[in-house]
Design a protein around this ligand. Structure first.
Ligand code: FAD
Length: 359
């Protein structure tokens, strides 16, 4: 059976490796635009120069899995068309194309490999005293501001957002603000409406000077699903049935950030179990079994605040923050272990998760 996996991020590599283990006779081809596996959760380290986010893709995939370095332009009727014009036939496809950012012109997105590399080069060139503005007060923005401030204490770093870590408990939010203050990160409440060279205009009309402006909001997904005629939601995520198959074409599983799964947040903590579930389902179907519904619950959220501090926020299965959180070096150490586990799960396909909240 021919299986094409579109995208070699967390969801795609877990799916390919797990399926190859469970159904060794399947012909699996992974299509990815670059020859490296990008640990997206380390992109803030990559850009700050404190870590590396790329590993050779061949090291991440089991023997016998074919790789095509290309982008998929279109998913058709049992065939994907690559951007170099070639076609690959499939009996089943796994769409795992992740998410992208839509930055305001003049800002560099930190959530993509290309953006993080551009940011790293720009940051290296920024002289002492330069101002770095990070836009977005979600976990990516907080991690980026803290990482840059710790790695480059000679720069002025600010974070612009109406909220900072709004999904976390009040105690965790307080710890983040205290740590950002310790790292001399200035928090500016507001939203950037326009970027004009080195001038940032806020919605309020106020203006800020910025030598380097980083966009840390991940809000969009690649247009591939919509372009291919698969049903999508208002954000362009592919609509799926209970077993993560496109509602338009059940031959196509959709997993990770680009899948519209109710109650799921865009996270590698979500992507890996979904990729694993798609592999399990396909292996079962190859044996003549039926697809089973996907169910997954959350247990917490982790973020780094530089290399020596962090926050581990406990959540219920529906991902709502609870009062209990851990911070400081223990949280930083554990977050690093979680990050390593995510790469391990991708390389081996050994993902474990808990079931979702009772309806
Ligand atoms: C700085 C940062 C920190 C983060 N920290 C955390 C964290 O601590 N915990 C957490 O759970 N999540 C975190 N996230 C979010 C997490 O990285 C994503 O949710 C996760 O990477 C999604 O996995 P994925 O497999 O769906 O997509 P991705 O990892 O984005 O992989 C998608 C792959 O598909 C490829 N692709 C795209 N289009 C095509 C195409 N047309 N053809 C072929 N290939 C294509 C992409 O190039 C990419 O290689 C963080 C994100 C960032 C940016």
């Amino acid at each position: 059976m021919n299986i094409v996996v579109i995208g070699a991020g967390y969801a795609g590599t877990v799916a390919a490796n797990r399926l190859k283990r469970k159904a060794p006779d399947t012909r699996i081809t992974v299509v990815n635009p670059r020859e490296v596996f990008v640990e997206r959760v380390r992109l803030h380290e990559q850009l700050a120069g404190s870590g590396t986010a790329a590993r050779p893709l061949t090291e991440m995939l089991r023997d016998g899995i074919a790789v095509e370095t290309a982008s998929v332009d279109k998913i058709g009727d049992g065939v994907v068309t690559l951007d170099d014009g070639r076609n690959l036939d499939f009996e089943h496809a796994i769409l795992a194309a992740g998410s992208i950012a839509n930055p305001l012109p003049g800002a560099i997105p930190v959530g993509t490999w290309e953006g993080a590399e551009q940011a790293r080069i720009a940051l290296e060139a920024l002289p002492a005293g330069g101002i770095v503005t990070v836009i977005g007060g979600g976990l990516t923005g907080i991690e980026t501001a803290a990482e840059v401030a710790e790695a480059r204490p000679d720069l002025r770093v600010r974070l612009v957002s109406d909220t900072v870590g709004a999904a976390l408990s009040p105690g965790a939010q307080r710890h983040i603000r205290t740590t950002l203050a310790r790292l001399n990160v200035e928090i500016v409440a507001g939203q950037i409406a326009e970027i004009d060279g080195t001038t940032l205009r806020l919605g309020s009309g106020a203006e800020l000077d910025s030598g380097l402006t980083l966009w840390a909001i991940i809000s969009a997904v690649p247009a591939l699903a919509a372009r291919s005629g698969l049903a999508v939601d208002v954000d362009g995520r592919a609509l799926v049935d209970a077993s993560l198959r496109s509602v338009t074409d059940p031959r196509v599983f959709v997993v990770g950030d680009c899948a519209a799964v109710p109650g799921m947040r865009m996270a590698c903590a979500t992507a890996a179990p979904q990729g694993a579930h798609a592999a399990d389902t396909l292996a079962r179907m190859i044996e003549g079994g039926d697809p089973r519904p996907f169910s997954m619950g959350y247990g917490g959220q982790g973020l780094s605040l530089g290399r020596r501090d962090g926050v581990l926020q406990t959540t219920d299965r529906a991902d709502t923050a609870q009062r209990l959180y851990v911070s400081g070096p223990v949280a930083a150490f554990t977050k690093e272990r979680i990050t390593r586990y995510a790469a391990y799960a991708s390389r081996t396909g050994n993902s474990v998760w808990i079931s979702g909240p009772k309806q």
